[in-house]
Design a protein around this ligand. Structure first.
Ligand SMILES: [Zn+2]
Length: 505
């Protein structure tokens, strides 16, 4: 009987203690805290941080560039006056090296000791909801596994201080590279939700092409690039219209072509030196930048960049390939075990017009096919061929504008496409969109009522609306008769005429 009483007392004692013990740590809010894994450039990098000689190297400090250019102005002017490309090259390479050279890593892929990112965040605030997210930043140059290790520490700490047993991860752009390494090394046990936004999960063609030396200047992409920036300029409709028509007039009169020829000439003369004396030593030394190279460019890039396969740097570069190669498998296992997945990608934006992959549809930086893990995309400004579309047995994943087929994606039901969304830009409509995912207990798929797979991102109207079929400029003008739309209509007509008469370029 005594034993029974003491057992009873023990149970009472334990029951009394247990809620107290767990209440101290657990949070009943039902919303797992969010870690926002930042993009490239999320942390500033300094030389001599805290010393009188301190200099910010990244984000690049305009005053610092100017200070580096100033002493070279005379040489630059003389070089230009004499069309002396060697001299111009000398000056440019000197300025680039003075401005960016200290960012270069050594043969081991390590930074110089006096070049650091001094303000890396660690969680201290236990308040958390969809609006209060922990911002994870990192030194983009380094081996992304280093960031994965620190991300893991942050997750453990955030779980501890908030009392939740899982976190939600939202990775922006390069954050997806860090996420890939995290999943490869630490798995998904601590993760409830994964969101990637415009992430180069399979790389970006720009990195692949720069590391294989494929420069290309071309009139159509330059013009589209200039026009694509227009809605982001805070000008009136009238000014926009004038600039828009000007770019077309320039195209028609061949000024663009002249610029291109000049550019080609200039680029050809300088390109070898810029690679050898600036680009290779600086960016080729960064495992973080290597992670942007798509697999299809990888071997050629190693050869072109002359990477020493015996070096520690190479080991770091190569180990990321494993995280990239295993990503879909890692995500699949996570998904099957209940982790919610959301991939958000932009399309229909002209990318940096310097590379031969300028026709790839993208968000301006990351190719849609790489951010979406395998969507089939029409070339920019075009639709998928009618042959391709007719052969599709299931058109569920075909975009209403016929530009993208998501059925070839690794996770077609979990992947969203935002038309006209410029890389890493955001607005209130997008915030609402993410909140819808973050606050849902269940996986939301593309067949939900609110957000279908293809959405039009309107930066001026601050809306995300379902994509419809492509309208001609005339149809758009009829719906919204602004001056800009009138000019667009005229421009479409002139451009058509121009290509009909003269062909491409
Ligand atoms: Zn909570």
């Amino acid at each position: 009987m005594k034993k029974l009483i003491s057992l009873f007392l023990c149970v009472v004692l334990l029951m009394g203690l247990m809620p107290v013990a767990s209440a101290e740590n657990s949070c009943g809010c039902g919303f797992s805290p969010v870690i926002y894994v930042g993009a490239l450039g999320c942390a500033d990098i300094y030389r001599d941080a805290g010393l009188p000689t301190e200099q910010r190297l990244w984000q690049i400090d305009t005053d610092f560039i100017l200070a580096n250019i100033k002493p070279e102005l005379l040489d630059l002017t003389l070089g230009i006056a004499a069309s002396d490309y060697d001299k111009i090259g000398d000056v440019l390479i000197k300025v680039v090296n003075k401005t960016l050279g200290d960012l270069a890593l050594d043969q081991n892929g390590d930074s110089a000791e006096n070049v650091t990112a001094p303000s890396l965040n660690f969680p201290t605030n236990r308040s958390h909801n969809a609006d209060t997210q922990f911002y994870f930043n990192y030194d983009f140059r380094l081996d992304p596994y280093i960031h994965a290790d620190r991300l893991n520490e942050c997750i453990v700490e955030l779980k501890r201080i908030t009392g939740h047993d899982k976190v939600q991860l939202k990775a922006s752009s390069m954050g997806g590279i860090v996420l890939s390494c995290y999943l490869e090394r630490y798995g998904y046990d601590d993760v409830e939700t994964i969101i990637t936004q415009c992430s180069p999960l399979w790389g970006t063609a720009v990195a692949g092409e720069l590391f294989t030396g494929k420069f290309e200047l071309n009139a159509i992409s330059l013009r589209r690039y200039a026009q694509g920036a227009l809605p982001y300029m805070e000008e009136s409709d009238f000014i926009e219209g004038v600039i828009y028509s000007l770019t077309d007039v320039l195209l028609v009169t061949g000024v663009w072509s002249g610029l291109i020829a000049l550019g080609d000439n200039f680029v050809n003369k300088l390109i070898d030196r810029v690679y050898d004396e600036a680009l290779v030593p600086i960016f080729g030394s960064m495992p973080g930048i290597w992670a942007f190279v798509p697999q299809e460019y990888y071997e050629d890039s190693l050869e072109f960049m002359g990477t020493d396969k015996e070096s520690v740097l190479y080991e770091k570069i190569a180990s990321y390939r494993i995280a990239q190669a295993n990503l879909v498998d890692n995500l699949t296992v996570a998904k099957n075990d209940g982790v919610k997945l959301y991939f958000v990608c932009g399309y229909n934006v002209q990318r940096t017009p310097l590379v031969s992959a300028w026709k790839n549809t993208s968000d301006g930086i990351v190719d849609t096919k790489y951010a979406s893990l395998g969507a089939t995309c029409a070339d920019l400004g075009e639709e998928l061929s009618s042959e391709y579309i007719n052969n599709l047995s299931d058109k569920t994943y075909l975009s209403p504008d016929n530009m993208i087929d998501a059925s070839t994606c690794a996770f077609p039901d979990n992947t969203w496409f935002l038309r006209d969304w410029l890389h890493c830009t955001g607005n209130a409509a997008l915030t609402e969109f993410y909140k819808y995912f973050l606050t849902s207990d269940e996986q939301i798929t593309i067949d939900n009522e609110k957000y279908p797979q293809y959405l039009l991102y309107d930066t001026n109207a601050v809306t995300l609306t379902p994509v419809t079929k492509n309208l001609t400029a005339f149809e758009i003008f009829k719906m919204s008769p602004t001056f800009l739309n009138f000019i667009r209509m005229l421009s479409e007509f002139i451009t058509k005429l121009f290509y009909m008469l003269l062909g491409d370029r």
